[in-house]
Design a protein around this ligand. Sequence first.
Ligand SMILES: Cc1cc2nc3c(=O)[nH]c(=O)nc-3n(C[C@H](O)[C@H](O)[C@H](O)COP(=O)(O)O)c2cc1C
Length: 430
Amino acid sequence: MYTQVEPPPLTPLRPPDTLRESQGGGPEFPSCDAFGMHYCNDFTFDEDLKAIEPDYRFYYECLMAPNARSVLNAMKRMDKLGEITTIATGHGPLLRHNLVELTERYRKWSSAKANAEARAAVFYVSDYGYSDRLSQAIAHGITKTGVAVDMMDLKNADPQEVNELVSHATALIIATPPASGTFATQVQAAVSTILAAAKDKQVVGMFECYGGDDEPVDTLLTKFLDLGLRKGFNSIRVKDTPNEAIYQLCEESGTDLGQKLTLKSKNKKLKSLDAEMEKALGRISSGLYILTAQKGNVTGAMLASWVSQASFEPLGFTVAVAKDRAIESLMQVGDRFVLNILEEGKYAPLMKHFLKRFPPGADRFEGVKTYSAENDSPILADSLAYLECEVASRMECSDHWIVYSTVSTGKVSNPDGMTAVHHRKVGNYY
Ligand SMILES: Cc1cc2nc3c(=O)[nH]c(=O)nc-3n(C[C@H](O)[C@H](O)[C@H](O)COP(=O)(O)O)c2cc1C
């Protein structure tokens, strides 16, 4: 799921509170990772806002959203610098032409994230194995569900700060600490502080760092479970150099945990809709489709009904994808996928299969007949028709992304077949 981001930094991610004034106290300063993007064109600066904004947002979601509070703190310090003319980002174009617009977006996004109802604390160990990138993938998965994340490096952790973070967290995610080595004692002391501050209402998740000398996951997890904490996801065990499939497992584990934390409040909000309006909204009907995508060894699939043709020239359509869907990470601008159109009278087995609750990292195509599209995504052999598509733009609509995609090719397998139609009674679910 992290395939859109160029290899994220394996060096520790410098939190944005390292923003600092330039030597002369002037209005130009390096921002390290903040305000960056993994984007490259011929321009040194941010002349073309339209071209850079999808990457700017995606980079923020992956790397900065889990640090939303630090972003806001750093921006408070930036405000004191007076008018800033340039931000020299560590990745992507330097910001000059749209500086206010782009920085204010950080403020808006971070304020929304920092004020979430539930919080997860992710404790990792910078420079140890693959802890940085694995923790970022988990954190990204959690933030997709609207749960706020605070990340803390156990290598330099202040016991009082650890205490505070744990006491405000709904969930604790912990990287297994190194059993020996230069910073083992420090990290283990920090883990003991977490244990001492943990409460039985919290959920806990563990992941290995693949550092070669990790403490055993089960021993540490048992200590938390003995205190009464519940398991947020199955411990992530890393037996080989992490690949995209492992990062996908991490992201989906994070999303799973976040969904558990937000389930009650989401259901409550949906139930509070006006009953008559809800029924009227339910009269909006649609077809039934399955989105399928493959990028390298990462795959995704989702049943969708909020699909509608949106343009003639070029041929394009929109699909509304909930922000916490696993496949959402495979539907960034430029990504390619297949829209499988289901057939009336024949859709039930495919619908049943893809509506299963898949555990994180599961192969959603197991037992399903597929063949490969030109864009490498799986085509469902039992669908009525398929379209090969590319994401052209995305519009944020509260809890969904409206993904506008253009179509490059397509085929109907049964010329007499009709598209499956989905009628609903109420509008508070699909
Ligand atoms: C009839 C029906 C239509 C659906 N349409 C959509 C849709 O258009 N967009 C969406 O995000 N989810 C839609 N869903 C929900 C997802 O298909 C389903 O929750 C998803 O497969 C779970 O995937 P996840 O593991 O990524 O959360 C629909 C569900 C049903 C039952």
